[in-house]
Design a binder for this molecule. Structure first.
Ligand code: MLT
Length: 312
């Protein structure tokens, strides 16, 4: 029989709360998606989904925790591009994203925004490029550690500009943005799911968006590509994972709840307001997440190795 089959049928999965592990600080972009998703999914599952923030080492502590958790259908992980970049960034990664997990499906794609503190001298991206090249390591760039998309975006930006900033890592971009708002750091590349209200209230300077095309939520903001950084693109994607060996019935049930949530009007409206785009149905399946992850590992590995950024 299938692993966990009879026990699961008897107990009527899920029969108690489910943990959804978030690899970054509470209140940040990943947390916002996780909490909204969890609330929508719990309606279908009839059990609460408890978000558990386990920040550290750019998301790899949380992924390690879930890879080693009991595969009983009660622990899941939501993670972004960091799942695919970690193998190139960490020489001693304690897990293999391609072999140590069961896959549930993708969730939503999110654009990033390049921000400066309110009183940073450059007024626009053209001025920022000059300022960055002139000031290099005097510029403090906040990020959420190696494996965070804020770090990935910053790495690509420094590559494109041919300059090197001083990186200041945080447990997530929630505290990183607080530092930017307080003027303790100069620059942050972060997701619209957290940055839009601060941009609209002009509490930060917006230099551009990281998608190839302009976005609906910030129609006046130029893309980085428009400002001369040809082909510059960072789009954040999200996957839901479970420990390898999680019973297929639990994965199927969790996936069904995921797909229902991705059609839920309250959830989809909230995501749209935050600039996030729900993935098409074809990407909401375990098999599509697994093959997408493989393609992302293959895409980012060479780029990261070329940049020479890694942790021992
Ligand atoms: C967060 O939730 O704090 C972010 O996703 C971190 C990041 O990857 O930049």
């Amino acid at each position: 029989c299938l692993a966990g089959g009879p026990a699961m049928a008897q107990s009527g999965y899920p029969n108690h709360a489910i943990s959804l592990v978030v690899p970054f600080a509470a209140g940040g972009p990943t947390d916002v998606v996780a909490r909204s998703l969890g609330a929508a999914m719990s309606q279908t599952l009839g059990q609460s989904i408890v978000v558990e923030n386990r920040p550290g080492a750019g998301g790899t502590l949380a992924a390690t925790h879930v890879a080693r958790a009991a595969p009983d259908g009660y622990t899941f992980l939501i993670h972004h591009n960091g799942m695919a970049t970690a193998p190139a960034l960490y020489r001693k990664l304690p897990f293999n994203p391609l072999t140590d997990f069961a896959y549930v499906g993708q969730v939503a794609d999110v654009p990033m925004t390049l921000l400066g503190r309110k009183d940073l001298p450059p007024a626009d991206m053209a001025e920022f490029i000059q300022y960055a090249r002139a000031n290099g390591s005097k510029i403090n760039l906040a990020n959420a550690g190696l494996g965070a998309v804020s770090q990935l975006c910053g790495m690509l930006l420094q590559e494109a500009l041919g300059t090197q900033f001083t990186a200041i890592p945080y447990a997530g971009t929630a505290p990183a943005l607080t530092a930017l708002l307080g003027g303790q750091v100069d620059v942050l590349c972060d997701q619209t799911t957290q940055t839009l209200p601060h941009i609209r209230a002009q509490r930060v300077k917006l230099y551009g968006v990281t998608t190839l095309d302009r976005i609906k939520t910030l129609p006046d903001s130029p893309t980085m590509q428009e400002s001369g950084l040809k082909g510059f693109e960072v789009k954040v994607w999200h996957g839901v994972y479970a420990p390898k060996g999680t019973p297929p019935q639990a994965i199927a049930k969790f996936n069904e709840a995921l797909r229902t949530a991705l059609k839920d009007p309250a959830f989809t409206q909230k995501m749209a307001e935050l600039g996030a785009e729900i993935v098409p149905e074809a990407k909401q399946t375990p098999a599509s997440l697994q093959s997408w992850l493989q393609s992302e590992v293959d895409k980012w590995g060479p780029i990261i190795r070329k940049a020479g950024v890694y942790a021992d």
